[in-house]
Design a protein around this ligand. Structure first.
Ligand code: ZN
Length: 233
């Protein structure tokens, strides 16, 4: 059976060559997305294990988090940038699930992300999500959910743009504070829960902070943050 499967897989491979999403080299096993070399080259941060890691420091004095983590360093022109680009702009959801699984495993190995009740993807603006067809953070959550055995909560936090009339009405005010744009729909769903908020990349942390502020104002929760990558200069 295995032999037959191998023959079948080999002949399929002839017609549909399967290549590494990272470097484009030929892959022998069609169930892998990356070749061994690219897998080995992925720049894991190992932050999950460490209190006071650089991601937690971003939030110090801004928002009280239980823990924070980024799975990969994200440098310009790097493999991770390329993979996240595939996820966000090329419709490649398989990459997001795969990387989400890797992050989920790192969090499972840490005792700082225990007893999470919900994975919550940071919401996109609805029109942006409609255009893309999905929220990449929710795709990452899908991969994490499978390995962590934690449900994904979507749709309970949304994001609104201010309309032209609202902007005019408050012309004197500056709408730079993104916290105004996140809305929790059913607060009771969050009450008393241990929530892990997920995003693809963290740069300044302003958007995540804004979302955290709204969640913390809506309900009494334990809140942690994890992103697939952290921008590096
Ligand atoms: Zn490769």
């Amino acid at each position: 059976m295995h032999f037959l499967k191998t023959i079948f897989s080999d002949s399929l491979h002839l017609f549909y060559p399967h290549v590494c999403e990272g470097c484009g080299s030929d892959l022998l096993q069609e169930d892998n997305l990356l070749c061994l070399r690219c897998i080995t080259d992925l720049p894991h941060t190992r932050f999950a294990q460490h209190a006071g890691n650089p991601i937690e420091k971003i939030f110090w004095g801004r928002v009280p988090l239980t823990a924070a983590h980024s799975e990969f360093y994200f440098a310009k022109e790097s493999l991770v940038q390329q993979l996240i680009h595939q996820l966000k702009y090329k419709g490649n959801r398989a990459i997001g699930i795969y990387l989400g699984e890797l992050m989920g495993r790192s969090l499972l190995d840490s005792n700082r992300f225990k007893n999470i009740d919900y994975l919550v993807p940071i919401p996109l603006y609805p029109d942006k999500e409609r255009k893309r067809g999905y929220n990449q953070a929710a795709v990452i959550c899908g991969g994490m959910s499978g390995v962590m055995n934690v449900p994904v909560l979507t749709g309970n936090i949304t994001r609104a743009r201010f309309t032209e009339t609202q902007t005019k009405k408050h012309r004197t005010e500056r709408w730079e504070n993104v916290s105004d744009s996140f809305i929790v729909l059913e607060k009771e769903k969050l009450a008393g829960k241990n929530i892990l908020l997920i995003d693809d990349v963290i740069t300044t942390g302003a958007t995540l902070e804004a979302c955290c502020q709204v969640i913390l104002a809506a309900a009494d929760v334990k809140l942690s943050v994890a992103t697939l990558s952290m921008a590096t200069k």
